[in-house]
Design a protein around this ligand. Sequence first.
Ligand code: SAM
Ligand code: SF4
Length: 336
Amino acid sequence: MTAKTESAAPQLIDKFGRRVDYVRISVTDRCDFRCVYCMSEQMTFLPRDQVLSLEEIEQVAQAFVALGVTRIRLTGGEPLVRRGIDGLLHKLGALDGLDELVLTTNGSQLSRLSKEMKEAGVKRINISLDSLQADRFKRITRTGRLEQVLDGIDEALSVGFERIKLNAVIMKGRNEDEVIDLVAYAREKGLDISFIEEMPLGNIDHERIETYCSSDEVKDIIEQQFPLIAASDRTAGPSRYYRMADSESRIGFISPHSHNFCSECNRVRVTVEGRLLLCLGNEHSLDLMPILREYPGDQLRLQRAIIKAMDLKPEKHEFDLESEPQIVRFMNMTGG
Ligand code: SAM
Ligand code: SF4
């Protein structure tokens, strides 16, 4: 089905003149891991009827593409544990007008699904990896197995995925001593790697102020071994990139605290409950679920609602590590 559009070349522009051409869709709040910075040990997941169906996700994606969005990232929770994800990938991969279907994963299912993902047209993948030590990996993810993820990375490489990017959340006293090892692994495998500052999303089981490690600290650690050269190329994202003289791997830093990236923000998110979230660090949102459920298949109504919601996009995020989390939703709901 081809989505109808309101005019020939519609675009999503917010009231600060920023063009939104990138959407991140959370396809499930569930996950086979329980990473300490993302979830609390005891998590309650949503009842199935409160979660977007695969058909509803497809409709949302169609609407955004009809409105000029050229890149969709599927995330979660763990997107690859959602039943039927392979079918959804094939549908989205075939959407006319979509340049890039990309996905963020914890890597646990990549041995099983890499080939299917490649065939469906997934262009690039980001894989989370916070430690290369099996026991520590288990402590951070609580239920993950390092071996399984490393095998998954090898499988993704062997089916031909290029420019795979690792994401590592660095926490003081937990894994900051592995920064160099992670960079060395990325170099050896020919991967890019981004280091992410921990964000205060949801109440978890440790005090984030105690584990906070700034991107500048991580950069200093890396430069003791691998001098970094600022890269002029940018992806359409919040990462600042660097290169090393002797490697193809790029090093990125995602620094919501220390380097504000809001003025270039080109993205919105759709939560697993169908909430269109205009900013990761704010609660401004529009609930798309009532439209999807009351008017199934009404693309024009959906598109109009999305266009109108752009007025809600705030100028910048509000993260503050010192106070209680203002944002009570967890990252797995938001679609990190
Ligand atoms: N399960 C997939 C994964 O782990 O890659 C996709 C979802 S996960 C929420 C997306 C990214 O968000 C991961 O790279 C994870 O490390 C990051 N993340 C989760 N909670 C975070 C937090 N509180 N602060 C910073 N990054 C976080
Ligand atoms: Fe799961 Fe990803 Fe959150 Fe870890 S960061 S608990 S893998 S959703």
